[in-house]
Ligand binder design. Structure first.
Ligand code: AP5
Ligand code: MG
Ligand code: ZN
Length: 215
């Protein structure tokens, strides 16, 4: 099953993708996570991506498309995958279709996790992420706190606050989402692939709603 996860910054794409991976064994491909891992290793691509991410802007399409094309050629994807945070622009969506067409495959579902802007700001300002990149679990100081403050429940790793989760950068990411990424909702609707899920409420209920649209 090949799934695109659509939704604003903080809508819960990563949270839901991790739960889906555990349940159906299909890998999560998060372009944001790939850039953060590249930055940690200090690669030129990671350093370049950081200059955009810190401002809340999108990394240029050619860079992102190259990264995804490379990831999609790895051998662990025969059961499918979930794309989390890609595509984010119309040229990215078209490039993805071309890559898949060339392999005689296509996307099965584009799941929109629908959350109002005000809620997104509250979520991102309280988010904490596990520093262990093999884990990367997400928490929220109020909505989904770890058992022990600052420590990951799953792996014991240290929790940190992402550099782009400051109030000003969050606002910019929202604007960028609404201008550049939201048009993809129509794009997938026209193709008959859009599955809209209400992204507000308990995390488990949202997960159940996503499982339902994928069934
Ligand atoms: P990326 O890492 O993809 O960030 P994002 O899209 O802004 O999304 P987030 O990861 O912030 O949110 P999420 O939807 O995963 O929510 P989460 O589950 O963490 O991208 C970062 C940057 O990289 C971009 O700004 C851009 O610069 C660059 N980039 C990446 N991809 C790109 C591309 N394709 N093209 C160009 N540039 C690209 O949840 C958020 C919080 O809410 C957590 O604290 C969580 O615990 C909490 N939460 C989750 N669900 C609920 C719930 N139901 N109720 C209450 N709280 C909840
Ligand atoms: Mg994420
Ligand atoms: Zn962890």
């Amino acid at each position: 099953m090949r799934i695109v996860l659509l939704g604003g910054p903080g809508s819960g794409k990563g949270t839901q993708a991790k739960m889906l991976t555990e349940k159906i064994g299909v890998p999560q491909i998060s372009t944001g996570d790939i850039f953060r891992a590249a930055l940690k290793e200090g690669t030129p691509m990671g350093l370049k991506a950081k200059t955009y991410m810190d401002k809340g802007e999108l990394v240029p399409d050619d860079v992102v498309i190259g990264v995804v094309e490379e990831r999609l050629s790895k051998p662990d994807l025969d059961k499918g995958y979930m794309l989390d945070g890609f595509p984010r622009t119309l040229p990215q969506a078209e490039a993805l279709d071309n890559i898949l067409n060339a392999r005689q495959t296509s996307i099965d579902h584009a799941v929109l996790v629908d959350v109002p802007d005000e809620e997104l700001v509250a979520r991102l300002s309280g988010r904490r992420t596990c520093r262990n990149s093999d884990c990367g679990a997400m928490y929220h100081v109020m909505f989904n706190p770890p058992k022990k403050e600052g420590i990951c429940d799953k792996c014991g790793g240290e929790l940190y606050q992402r550099d782009d989760d400051s109030e000003a950068t969050i606002r910019e990411r929202l604007t960028v989402y609404n201008n550049q990424t939201a048009p993809l909702i129509d794009y997938y609707e026209t193709k008959g692939l859009l599955r809209r899920v209400k992204g507000v409420g308990p995390i488990n209920e949202i997960f159940a709603a996503i499982e339902k649209v994928l069934a």
